[in-house]
Ligand binder design. Structure first.
Ligand code: NAG
Ligand code: NAG
Ligand code: NAG
Ligand code: NAG
Ligand code: NAG
Ligand code: NAG
Ligand code: NAG
Ligand code: NAG
Ligand code: NAG
Length: 411
């Protein structure tokens, strides 16, 4: 089995470099325009706002004010259902959203689940919505099949295990994200408080935790992750999780012998050589996104609270360990500044090439930026294509106090 996997991965690395070659040959984007138009949704403390992006500027479309609430994660379901957490309460909310025009309704439904939910994700057919509760270390499983978009709480799962040693973030278990595996059967729950990945099985509607895998070392704080399929198949070959407290990436191999099996194989800093944080104690990695689409897979992560002039996004490639050993390894490639600090979240535009990188900074002078994601060698564009200042999101007296975007995505 091990041998076969290695052989498959050898093939995968060849395939990846072949498509990298193809990608390098495509017409480079001009530096003044992405030729890409999109509508993005931004969630920040007390407000949700939509913007058009026209290649060179963000154009305000609609916004609502919701004092005391924070939509730090949102998901969309056709035809026009927008679900948003309020991480300050136990409400998961429903809005109407027009993803083309950016038109946004007031909150039209509120459903009580666990407190402090910070992430939402659907199953493959969007009949089930899963919420991860940082506040209570729980998972909410919602029936999202109603025609009017209303949610019904099916199950709340309390995560089990000991919490980690970090005195700030690990005083209890903290579900930070649920990630659906490519087969659509399992969710991996990243438990920032417990240094664990819990496996949730959705088959037969049981939504049972069937096991968990420790993330070492203790005190890492697994936050956000993504599956990779490097062999062109329909199952995952790897899972990569970003650890907040240590600002590291942990890579696992994936197999499906006894459910979903994860085996930790690599740990690497989120910072490039010589680019470590000005303050390693405050630094807290934020978001992880893996590019797919037509190009090879690259792993992008945000570095927060570095106390450098601005925070940053790093890009990693998956490369063969050596000429004789084709085991995939994460290798740091490049980084860009985010223009502010606290980039809790960033995401890619929805086109096949994932041309644009949208970044939200909670603090600092610049709240929102768009960058070219993939240039000639797939390097990120250092100069932003567009940006908005922090004062656009909050009273100038509050700017710099964490009132900038916590969520930014083209839905
Ligand atoms: C800007 O973009 C337009 C349209 O893609 C292109 O024709 C023009 O040459 C570009 N200018 C620069 C300076 O890149
Ligand atoms: C984008 O909109 C801005 C503001 O209206 C405008 O100045 C700019 O020319 C537009 N860019 C493109 C590529 O249309
Ligand atoms: C925007 O949505 C609101 C509330 O859903 C609706 O009343 C309004 O007509 C919509 N506006 C446009 C321009 O579609
Ligand atoms: C939901 O919770 C809020 C408090 O967070 C409470 O005021 C409200 O009554 C609850 N609603 C339902 C339907 O349980
Ligand atoms: C939501 O919070 C309210 C107030 O704390 C509580 O009464 C209610 O039981 C919670 N609902 C759920 C489903 O946990
Ligand atoms: C951040 O600051 C540290 C310490 O001054 C420095 O070594 C590092 O290169 C800086 N990072 C970036 C991305 O400039
Ligand atoms: C580094 O960050 C820690 C945690 O936020 C803080 O306690 C410490 O004062 C910072 N160190 C410096 C030199 O600013
Ligand atoms: C929200 O809308 C108001 C009124 O249209 C506008 O003044 C404000 O700039 C908008 N906020 C954002 C973040 O776009
Ligand atoms: C009735 C049935 O098959 N229940 C199974 C559903 O899936 C869970 C998790 O795999 C099993 O523990 C149940 O036995």
């Amino acid at each position: 089995m091990l041998l076969r996997l290695t052989a498959m991965l050898a093939l995968a690395v060849v395939t990846a470099s072949a498509s990298e070659h193809k990608l390098a040959n495509r017409a480079p984007l001009s530096t003044n325009s992405t030729n890409y138009l999109g509508t993005i949704l931004v969630g920040a403390a007390g407000q949700i706002a939509s913007f058009g992006f026209n290649g060179t500027a963000f154009l305000p479309k609609a916004n609502i004010s919701e004092p005391g609430k924070t939509a730090s994660w949102m998901v969309f379901k056709e035809p026009n259902f927008l679900y948003a957490v309020d991480e300050n309460s136990n409400a998961t909310r429903l809005f109407h959203y027009d993803r083309v025009t950016g038109n946004l309704s007031q909150e039209i439904g509120s459903f009580n689940g666990s407190g402090g939910v910070v992430h939402l994700v659907f199953n493959a057919d969007k009949s089930i919505l899963v919420g991860a509760s940082y506040g209570q270390g729980q998972i909410d499983v919602w029936d999202a099949s109603a025609a009017d978009g209303s949610l019904k709480l099916l199950k709340q799962i309390t995560l089990a295990g000991d919490h980690g040693p970090d005195l700030v973030s690990q005083t209890q278990l903290r579900a930070h994200q649920a990630v659906l595996d490519p087969t659509g059967r399992y969710f991996v729950i990243n438990d920032l408080g417990g240094d664990r990945l819990h496996i949730l099985d959705t088959s037969n509607q049981s939504f049972a935790i069937i096991g968990d895998v420790p993330v070492v070392p203790a005190g890492s704080g697994p936050r956000h992750g993504a599956f990779l399929t490097l062999d062109g198949g329909s199952k995952a070959t790897h899972y990569i999780v970003l650890c907040e407290i240590t600002s590291t990436l942990q890579m696992f191999t994936v197999s499906y012998e006894t459910g979903l099996d994860l085996n930790q194989v690599q740990t690497i800093s989120t910072f490039g050589p010589g680019l470590g944080p000005a303050n390693a104690t405050s630094a807290r990695a934020g978001e992880l996104v893996v590019s797919g689409g037509l190009g090879p897979a690259y792993v992008y992560v945000s570095n927060r609270e570095t106390m450098n002039t601005t925070d940053s996004i790093s890009r990693f490639a998956l490369e063969a360990k050596s000429q004789d050993d084709t085991t995939p390894q994460l290798v740091w490639k490049d980084h860009i500044d985010t223009g502010g600090s606290g980039p809790r979240m960033f995401s890619f535009s929805k086109d096949d090439q994932q041309d644009v990188l949208y970044i939200g900074n909670m603090d600092g002078h610049i709240a929102l930026q768009a960058h070219q994601r993939c240039g000639q060698d797939c390097e990120m564009g250092a100069t932003p294509l567009a940006e908005l200042p922090a004062v656009d999101f909050s009273d100038p007296d509050l700017a710099g106090q964490g009132y900038g975007p916590q969520f930014v995505m083209e839905l």
